[in-house]
Design a protein around this ligand. Structure first.
Ligand SMILES: [Zn+2]
Length: 432
């Protein structure tokens, strides 16, 4: 660990010979929160960047920080510590908390409390409807003025299409993106895993791909009707992806994200010896088939997928130790998303490093209508430094998140671990 000055603030940082994603090297100099051409004096901290990959810090468009009201699962401090430990400098939090983030005061408090921590930047999304009930629209203008960056009822499924239409129209007028958890609730039923051979074999209630595809098809029609920006969250199936791809070719203003577990895990694992009916794999939407995983990877490559959202969803160990029917949906993954995808896809030649970084940085800013982050002079100094050479195995017991239940990737040897994350020009995480 680097010794911090007494006030905990590092003003001048130099990263010498920083290795960039395109293979080139440059010095990256940081002062007063910005990337500068020259420091005004000696650096407080000097980092040998030649050993590492240096990139704009990652941006997560979809994480559950559980605040307010579910602090037994995660707090802002543990969630944002986990984020910077994963190389993330910014996180968009989901509003399915208790109460739901549907009032401007709640948005303001989240931003204030997160800023006081000095970890990753927090950009709250707010509920599209009051209490996320899908019935009455929340006050989008007031929520935006308070700092909400997106509207979503994530977890809820916006069953009333007319309400979603009006929500999209208001959001459009305000320049806000609406993101949807695209599952038809009646088709999903009480499904806890993907509907298919494995669900039948195990006798568990299935959630069919049709639940996702049917809802995406409906929402794309509403997107076309309103001309409003629609973002499809945590897309899980080849069929859902094909619908988004086709809508993009028609020029609809739609974007989508994929989560790391849908890219790397399949429903057949539930029948394996290691994960037999194990709720650590229980997520919403559910893990699908190998062909869905491959289609989603193709979606990363061909640009159909705009960004990778972790859908980091912490729960207590006791909750995740209930049985398959009772345990909550969600995996804690924000600390390992980059090393997991780097090791599985970049090292194996399936995905370019620059593409992976684009999906984890500018993909989110483009989706939100923001300027893409860069390492150019004058840019804000939100920077992640990754070690692509050192192998470390996943051990959820060492996670910063409160959710230290067994990781689906427990014991997997990965490279690409974050060693240092700089946010607002200050070192927010350092494991060198
Ligand atoms: Zn969701």
């Amino acid at each position: 660990m680097v010794a911090l000055p007494k006030n905990g603030v590092i003003m001048k940082i130099e990263i010498k010979n920083a290795k960039l994603s395109d293979g080139s090297s440059q010095d990256v100099l940081i002062e007063n929160g910005l990337i500068v051409a020259a420091l005004s004096g000696a650096a407080d901290v000097s980092i040998d960047g030649s050993r590492y990959l240096v990139t704009p810090a990652l941006i997560d468009p979809h994480a559950h920080l559980r605040v307010p009201g579910q602090e037994e699962k995660e707090t802002l401090e543990t969630g944002l510590m986990a984020a910077v430990a994963g190389g993330y400098g910014s996180v968009v939090s989901m509003p399915n908390t208790s109460p739901a983030v549907d009032e401007p005061e709640l948005v303001q408090k989240l931003i204030r409390d997160a800023e006081a921590l000095g970890l990753a930047r927090l950009f709250p999304s707010a509920a599209l409807t009051r209490g996320r009930e899908g019935k009455l629209l929340s006050d989008a203008a007031a929520l935006k003025a308070a700092g909400a960056v997106m509207l979503t009822d994530d977890g809820g499924t916006n069953e009333d299409a007319g309400v979603l239409r009006r929500g999209l129209e208001y959001a459009h007028a305000l320049g806000l993106v609406v993101s949807v958890h695209a599952e038809d609730a009646s088709l999903r039923g009480d499904g806890v895993i993907n509907e298919g051979h494995t669900s039948e074999h195990l006798g568990l209630p299935g959630n069919p791909v049709a639940a996702e595809a049917a809802r995406i098809a409906r929402d794309l029609e509403i997107c076309a009707l309103t001309g409003s920006r629609l973002h499809v969250q945590h897309l899980s199936s080849a069929r859902g992806l094909a619908l988004v791809r086709e809508a993009k070719t028609r020029g609809l203003p739609v974007t989508c994200e994929v989560a790391p577990h849908h890219l790397t895990l399949t429903d057949t694992l539930f029948a394996s010896e290691r994960f037999y009916c194990d709720p650590v794999l229980k997520v919403a939407p559910p893990l699908r088939s190998q062909s869905d995983c491959l289609a989603l990877l193709e979606g990363l490559r061909d640009g159909t997928v705009d960004c990778i959202g972790t859908d980091h969803a912490p729960h207590t160990t006791a909750e995740k130790q209930r049985d398959m029917l009772e345990a909550p949906f969600g995996i804690a993954n924000i600390e390992i998303t980059f090393p997991l995808l780097y090791t599985r896809f970049v090292e194996t030649g399936k995905l370019e490093l620059s593409k992976l970084l684009e999906l984890m940085t500018s993909g989110a800013t483009n989706m939100l209508g923001w300027t893409a982050p860069t390492l150019e002079i004058g840019s804000v100094a939100d920077i992640a430094i990754f070690d692509l050479n050192t192998t470390k195995t996943v051990d959820s017991k060492t996670f910063k998140t409160k959710a230290r239940f067994d990781s689906p990737w427990q014991g997997e040897a990965l490279r690409g671990w974050a060693v240092c994350t700089i946010v607002r020009g200050k070192i927010a995480f350092d494991s060198r």
